[in-house]
Design a protein around this ligand. Structure first.
Ligand SMILES: [Zn+2]
Length: 292
């Protein structure tokens, strides 16, 4: 294992569905979560914005209400000051809630600083258990198992847990008034390039259950989707990603049925699905085991 990867793994700093730029950055030795990312605002509506950066850390979605702000995901701790600076460009309201789509610190690293400002952090119960087990700062205050509705001002966000995928605690956040979904790391999108998915088996993830979990999320009424990483896009792109995940499961199942070796399956995942080292390390044994 490369030193850089070991460092990242030990800090559990990066375990997400990542694109080519991430891979290139990893190869060139950048350490994620140490330097703040360069952020920009993407406007979805007068009261709904994405605080975007390239690939790592995850996207932050901000809903502005007359009674405060609701954030979905808050990047790394080191990004907190810049997240607040971007928010100050669009509202003077305080952050009342931060929702974490899962436990990874590139989506929940800002919790501690936001809690100190009075925000309540919200996640699935499973995600909170993993935050506590990993001794992450800023474990969530409010948790749920299946669904939760958060109301603030005259607005509402609906949160759903639909099953295992990237981890066993992924939730999606639906903005029904805007027909927007914040998908967390159920989905990553980088233009025409579909980044490979990372299956965090150590975090309870499942390739086999991933497509069905995505199907349930896609049954919600939305036109635009904020992926965990990458640019805002639509349901057709999310469906393609889902179909790709299903193809992966089917292909591995066929190879396991043919008694192909671990090495052959690894080679196929690298060549046909673009898996980099981090994905192989995190997902190879798990995806084979699930196919048996
Ligand atoms: Zn993740």
């Amino acid at each position: 294992m490369a030193d850089g990867l070991r460092r990242i793994t030990q800090r559990q700093a990066v375990l997400c569905a990542l694109g080519v730029a991430f891979f290139a950055s990893y190869v060139y030795g950048q350490q994620f979560g140490v330097e703040p990312a360069r952020l920009e605002l993407v406007k979805l509506a007068d009261d709904l914005y994405v605080i975007y950066n390239e690939f790592i850390p995850g996207n932050t979605t901000a809903l502005i209400t007359s009674a405060g702000v609701i954030l979905v995901d808050d990047k790394y701790a080191v990004d907190h000051a810049n997240v607040m600076a971007q928010l100050s460009r669009i509202t003077r309201q305080p952050v009342r809630y931060v929702i974490n789509t899962h436990y990874h610190s590139d989506h929940s690293g800002g919790n501690q600083a936001l809690q100190a400002l009075g925000a309540q952090a919200v996640s699935s119960e499973r995600a909170r258990e993993r935050m506590v087990a990993n001794k992450q700062a800023g474990a969530t205050d409010v948790t749920f198992t299946d669904r939760m509705h958060v109301r603030l001002g005259d607005k509402q966000i609906d949160l759903y847990y639909f099953g295992r995928a990237h981890t066993d605690g992924d939730i999606v956040a639906h903005f029904p008034q805007h027909r927007v979904l914040a998908a967390g790391d159920l989905f990553a999108y980088a233009g025409e390039t579909l980044p490979p998915e990372l299956i965090d088996y150590a975090g309870g993830g499942s390739a086999r259950e991933w497509p069905a979990t995505m199907d349930k999320a896609m049954a919600l009424a939305f036109d635009r989707v904020v992926p965990g990483h990458g640019v805002v896009t639509g349901k057709p792109e999310m469906r393609r990603y889902r179909d790709n995940a299903q193809r992966l499961v089917t292909r591995v199942g066929e190879m396991v049925g043919q008694k192909r070796t671990r090495g052959e399956i690894e080679k196929m995942l690298r060549s046909d699905f673009g898996w980099p080292d981090l994905h192989v390390q995190s997902g190879l044994d798990g995806v084979i085991k699930e196919a048996q």
